[in-house]
Design a protein around this ligand. Structure first.
Ligand SMILES: [Zn+2]
Length: 420
């Protein structure tokens, strides 16, 4: 393997340069198959601009490496039968591990982004929430899981995701309020306990990367993912890369002001910001205060359960037209979220805004959100069609966690598999 960081550009030998070019071309082939597969070699040549002989050579290398597979030949309309190729969904897998507030979730994800099998470990009491305890339990759970489920597949590494402020490049959780973590060197804690190589990513950015490769971002090179749920955050994708900025602090949208209502004031930023005006927790608290939900939160997972109950109350059922107060709350939340989205739209002009989080539970209000953006953005009404829900719903954490590892196989296949 070539250590690029230690090697000045001029010292790369012609042979090495050729290898890099071959790897770049192999990646282009993989991407074409991911985007358009199953596809024939001729179609890959058309999509990538590579010559037919190059595609033939590269595809056989990728088949040998277990990354591509052939399907049964299609009936030829003329000439030789065309053999469609697809990304082999089973042979090469990554492990995805998500550390949540209530549980650790992990599973195996195929190179096509499909979750093959997953498992959950509920956290114990508050004393279990230290990084060391969570890491040790996850390691034990993963070991048993892999013994039972890996079944001869090649594991290319482990992607770990966690919420809060995370500097993935340094492997550090800078701050995670609900877990009470500050400056936790999580990658160091996990090294040797989970199968390497290990990659750490913040949850919202990991979701954006999953959407980028396998979901709503597949056909665009830039988009903004806006997560509005129990937590709030954005991930900005430019040229198919998530922007992080110094200290990986990009994407903090929770204190964007979204209402002028003097009754809604955030203790931290002193405005009616997204977190106090449009987060799931704020919405549920408001519904409870209005008598729309029982006064007691329904357990530690109350946020999402209560949100579902609120949405159910608002929905017309049978001959009833649904609770109007619940509808008003949900519409207002969508409008307020729309105000924040409008700010992002005008600032970044993304090709798409991909929405994720609890805001998707109340799908029927997304048009209210779109209308608010259209009214406020200088892009006007046309912007509405570029605001889309994330393709992967709530069960996306395992997939998202694994994606940074899969991404490496897709972009640098030979390096990732140790073939270079
Ligand atoms: Zn605030």
């Amino acid at each position: 393997m070539i250590n690029r960081s230690d090697q000045p550009q001029g010292l790369i030998t012609p042979g090495q340069r050729a290898e890099y070019m071959r790897q770049g071309n192999a990646s282009a082939v993989l991407r074409a198959v991911l985007a358009y597969g199953p596809v024939s070699r001729a179609e890959i040549a058309r999509h990538t601009g590579l010559s037919a002989p190059s595609v033939t050579k590269l595809t056989s290398t990728l088949i040998e490496a277990g990354l591509l597979g052939e399907l049964a030949p299609m009936e030829p309309t003329q000439g030789r039968p065309r053999v469609p190729l697809r990304v082999d969904p089973e042979r090469t897998v990554a492990l995805g591990v998500h550390f949540g507030l209530l549980r650790t979730t992990f599973g195996l994800v195929g190179l096509d982004g499909r979750v093959l099998v997953e498992r959950e470990l509920a956290h114990g009491g508050a004393e279990e929430l230290t990084p060391a305890r969570l890491a040790a339990r996850a390691a034990e759970g993963v070991r048993t899981f892999l013994d039972e489920k890996l079944a001869g597949r090649r594991l290319v590494g482990t992607g770990v995701s966690v919420g809060g402020w995370v500097d993935g490049a340094r492997g550090v959780v800078v701050e995670h309020g609900p877990l009470g973590w500050r400056n936790v060197d999580l990658l160091a804690e996990l090294t040797g306990k989970l199968p390497g190589p290990l990659v750490l990513e913040q949850t919202v950015r990991a979701i954006a990367r999953a959407e980028l490769w396998f979901g709503a971002g597949r056909e665009v090179d830039d988009f903004a993912l806006v997560f509005i749920g129990n937590v709030l955050g954005a991930a900005i994708v430019v040229d198919r890369t998530v922007h992080r900025g110094p200290g990986a602090a990009a994407g903090g949208i929770e204190h964007l002001p979204v209402t002028d209502d003097p009754a809604v004031r955030c203790p931290r930023c002193r405005t009616g910001c997204l977190s106090v005006a449009a987060g799931d927790l704020a919405l549920v608290a408001e519904a409870r205060a209005a008598g729309l939900l029982d006064s007691a939160p329904s357990g530690p997972a109350g946020g999402s359960l209560d949100l579902e109950r609120l949405v159910a109350a608002a929905r017309p059922a049978g001959s009833g037209s649904g609770d109007e107060r619940a509808q008003r709350l949900l519409r207002r939340r969508a409008r307020r979220a729309g105000r924040a989205v409008a700010t992002l739209v005008d600032l970044l002009n993304p090709s798409r805004v991909v929405l994720a989080g609890g805001i998707l539970v109340a799908e029927e209000y997304l048009d209210d959100l779109r209308a608010e953006v259209a009214e406020r953005s200088h892009r006007g009404a046309a912007v509405a069609e570029d605001i889309v829900p994330a393709v992967f719903g709530a069960r996306t954490l395992v997939r998202s966690s694994a994606v940074p590892v899969l991404e490496r196989v897709i972009t640098e296949p030979f390096t990732a598999l140790g073939l270079l």
